[in-house]
Design a protein around this ligand. Sequence first.
Ligand code: SF4
Length: 110
Amino acid sequence: MTISVLDRNRAADAAHDLGDLHDAAAQVDDELLPCRTNNAELWFAETPADVEHAKSLCQGCPVQAMCLDGALERREPWGVWGGELFLQGVVIPRKRPRGRPRKNQNEVAA
Ligand code: SF4
């Protein structure tokens, strides 16, 4: 019972935070929001290069700080938010390429 009340309050807070971001974004010209002027799929890209590109585009966004704060509070499961890559609710430094890791990290691909 206590847990369900906490979860409901947390969900309401998250919705509020996302609403704040949408309100702030609505005050800004769409052309200033990189995730609205570029292909939104880039913010959920598969390749590390595309993810890094999305992160770099966020750097010029006028609502970047609010976007990042909200994503941290909501523990976003996936995607680039506020210039950072999220995975399972936490910021990770970079996306790993697909495939198994090399046995020797100093090994150079042929
Ligand atoms: S900071 Fe947020 S709102 Fe701005 S471009 Fe990045 S993901 Fe979009």
